[in-house]
Design a protein around this ligand. Structure first.
Ligand SMILES: *Cc1c(COP(=O)(O)O)cnc(C)c1O
Length: 402
């Protein structure tokens, strides 16, 4: 395979695909097949024995999915990648792969709601415990490492509070104790942050979000720094639990990902304009955006991210009712979970994505009833801001009545 470049902009369009192997088709073909026929019985035996390369059955590998996997490995600067049927399938595969009964997982202070749910299941069924800490300094991480800790599981920026985890500090402590580091990089996308370069062992994405970017696929990708290890994951947990990505979803992702860099530049530019607008609103009590100069961890953001991304969280004056009424007053901005789409989306974490997290825990993570998360889309910012402005006008009159 020709290696074109280390630039993401080139890699994300070309890597892993050679048109001369596919009837010169410019676009990567969709191999919509469940299985593959062997030339003869002996060939089948050799493929199963791993003596020759070749397709066997699409749960074990599919040419369209493989192009996506090779491309993602290059884009995230890893050695190998596996595609899954959802981000959660990727999260569950790596957690099941790394842990056994009685182990401990140390997590960042906020993690995706369903990851929190999964860790709850693992604790209840297998006694695999976890706890959540801020991971801002090496000393703090060190204090929470136990003999049975096998993995540091990190999200940064944290959803939805935009707190950051110091990836360098995490990698240093992990190396000292010989513990694996897993980073959920969904919020930044590989265009803005590459945790493997900062010492993580695995990076995963909900490909549903920025990678695909068009709101029409649920998918996940796990990238690892060690090729052999990723092969072993493919032939054990991924094969036997079976949460694979479909060829059609891989094909849509290959298509969506080609514009990741262009979309991300615009998401960031639009988010910065919306941020400036939100800062001027009396009804906004607090605002969270990684590279904002008021962000308490601004220095970490500058160090490990190329830009702040497309997500902004903010707290409104008032409570849950005001937050919900504000969302109901919007029209261009859609009320929806998910993020990273062309459409601007808003959601209420306390009653939606993080409703499964017990209220006490939620509040300790900073997810209050008046917090909203905005995924700034690719529409003209004048239109996004005009929609927010008219909702603020309604909220203003409501707040005066209280
Ligand atoms: C959406 C999301 C997930 C889960 O991904 P799915 O594709 O919905 O399964 C995991 N982590 C983060 C940060 C997410 O935003």
């Amino acid at each position: 395979m020709k290696k074109h470049s280390n630039h993401l902009e080139t890699t994300i369009i070309h890597h892993g695909y050679d048109s001369s192997e596919h009837h010169d088709s410019l676009a990567a073909p969709l191999y919509q097949t469940s299985t593959y026929s062997f030339a003869d019985a002996a060939e089948g035996e050799r493929r199963f024995a791993g003596e020759v390369e070749g397709n066997i059955y699409s749960r074990l590998g599919n040419p369209t999915v493989r192009i996506l996997e090779q491309r993602m490995a290059a884009v995230e600067r890893g050695a190998g990648a596996l595609a899954f049927g959802s981000g959660m399938a990727a999260v569950s595969a790596i957690l099941i792969y790394l842990t056994k009964a009685g182990d401990h997982v140390l997590c960042s202070r906020g993690i995706y709601g369903c990851t929190f749910g999964l860790l709850g299941i693992m604790e209840e069924k297998y006694g695999i415990t976890h706890n959540l800490i801020s991971m801002t300094t090496e000393e703090e991480i060190e204090q929470h490492i136990r003999p049975e800790t096998v993995c540091l599981y990190v999200e940064t920026p944290i959803n939805p509070t935009m707190e950051l985890v110091n990836l360098e500090a995490v990698a240093r402590v992990a190396a000292k104790h010989n513990i694996k580091v897993v980073v959920d990089n969904t919020f930044s996308s590989p265009y803005l942050q590459n945790p493997l370069e900062q010492g993580a062992d695995y990076v995963l994405h909900s490909a549903t979000k920025y990678l695909n970017g068009h709101g029409d696929v649920i998918g996940g990708v796990l990238v690892g720094s060690d090729w052999e290890d990723m092969q072993s994951l493919r032939m054990t947990v991924q094969k036997d639990i079976g949460g694979i990505m479909s060829p059609f979803d891989a094909w849509l992702l290959l298509r969506g990902m080609k514009t990741l860099h262009i979309r991300m530049d615009r998401h960031v530019a639009n988010a910065e304009k919306v941020l400036a607008f939100l800062k001027g609103q009396d009804a906004v009590k607090s605002i969270y955006y990684p590279t904002d100069e008021n962000h308490p961890q601004h220095d970490i953001a500058i160090k490990q991210m190329r830009a702040g991304g497309g997500l902004i969280s903010f707290e409104l004056e008032g409570g849950k009712a005001q937050a919900q009424n504000f969302m109901d007053a919007l029209s261009l901005v859609k009320i929806a979970v998910s993020l990273g789409d062309a459409e601007t989306l808003i959601q209420h974490p306390a009653s939606m994505t993080h409703a499964v997290v017990p209220q006490e825990e939620r509040e300790s993570m900073g997810i209050t009833d008046s917090l909203l998360r905005l995924s700034v889309g690719l529409e003209h910012t004048d239109d996004i801001i005009a929609d927010l402005e008219q909702a603020f006008a309604k909220l203003g009159s409501e707040l005066q009545e209280i």
